[in-house]
Design a protein around this ligand. Structure first.
Ligand code: AR6
Length: 306
């Protein structure tokens, strides 16, 4: 089980071994959480930061914690939100580079603020999906390393969003169904545990050649059971003669198909040959507007196996 926790309060009071600072490129302090950390850690932090030569967006640097309870501070620079696709990549890098640096320094507990969601204007909900997906993926990839991750939420709104969204992302059993793809291949039969999805030829081929890494479905009971780390078999057409196996690496809930196609996930949906509006309309060939309203929709990010 992952050691992920959520806390409401001031990160400078965190009991973790390391806290993360949402800094700016100068690393010389500022407002928000950055200002609070510099004030609480004291002048020596500023002196050490001056020697670091700044930091690029998405990267991370480490200093001592000085007057804080935390022994270490990892300073990372979130993206200034612009709506470009790169924003989520940069934000994700902040989390994974901070964790890489923590591991390199033998740190076993770390607290993150909601990077970029203050002065840098990143929409809270989207930022939380990026934060949780990035951290969970990192923990999956580093399962032999013992580390607990705290998300420190300054206000109640952020705290309840984090907990709510995490609740919808029921954490994967690591390596769930690990052997199932091989099993299918060897036996050429269906398994009960595998999530199976049938696709039309065009989306199937796009997944196969890597043009499509987001599959979109209604967020109904069946899809609520999908977790990060789940395995999916995509079949071409209605038969089970040709298939692709993939692992779920991200789950993003939206209220409507239109919201997905208007978001920065659009480029991964394999619908680049149409406008977002046309892509959204095409979903009503499969689902009704009534179903969409009732359940909401789910963008499933996948990585092909093998
Ligand atoms: N503890 C935990 N979280 C806090 C605290 C605190 N003491 N204070 C604020 N937050 P922001 P950014 C939350 O603006 O968007 C700075 O000036 C806050 O409610 O601190 O990454 C830097 O120098 C919000 O949810 O960081 C940069 O110039 C979150 O921390 C710029 O702001 C991030 O808000 C970075 O902007």
């Amino acid at each position: 089980m992952y050691k992920i926790s959520f806390k409401q309060g001031d990160i400078t009071k965190s009991e973790c071994e390391c806290i993360v600072n949402a800094a700016n490129k100068s690393l010389l302090g500022g407002g928000g959480v950055d200002g609070a950390i510099h004030r609480a850690a004291g002048r020596e932090l500023y002196e050490e930061c001056k020697k670091l030569g700044g930091c690029k967006t998405g990267e991370a640097k480490i200093t001592k914690g000085y007057n804080l309870n935390a022994k270490w501070i990892i300073h990372t620079v979130g993206p200034i939100y612009s709506g470009a696709e790169d924003d989520s990549v940069m934000l994700s890098n902040c989390y994974t580079n901070s964790l890489n640096l923590a591991k390199k320094n033998g740190i076993h507990s770390i607290s993150f603020p909601a990077i970029s969601t203050g002065a840098y204007g990143y929409p809270l909900r989207e930022s939380i999906f990026v934060a949780l997906n990035s951290v969970i993926e990192w923990l999956n990839n580093n399962s032999a390393y013992d580390i607990s991750v705290e998300f420190c939420c300054f206000d109640e709104n952020t705290y309840s969003y984090y907990r709510g969204i995490y609740g919808t992302m029921t954490v994967s059993r690591e390596q769930q169904n690990k052997e199932f793809a091989e099993f299918i291949r060897r036996n050429n039969v269906r398994t009960k545990d595998a999530i199976e999805m049938h696709l039309a030829d065009e989306p199937f081929n796009k997944i196969k050649n890597g043009e499509k890494t987001i599959e979109i479905r209604l967020y109904d009971e069946k899809r609520q059971a999908i977790t990060i780390g789940s395995d999916i078999i995509f079949y071409k057409g209605e038969t089970i003669d040709e298939w692709i196996t993939a692992t779920v690496i991200g789950l993003y809930r939206f209220d409507s198909f239109n919201d997905i196609f208007q978001s920065n996930l659009f480029v991964k949906t394999g619908c680049n040959n149409m406008t977002p509006q046309v892509a959204a309309e095409s979903m009503y060939n499969y689902y009704t507007k009534e179903q969409e309203r009732q359940y909401g929709v789910l963008a499933i990010e996948i990585k092909k196996r093998g």
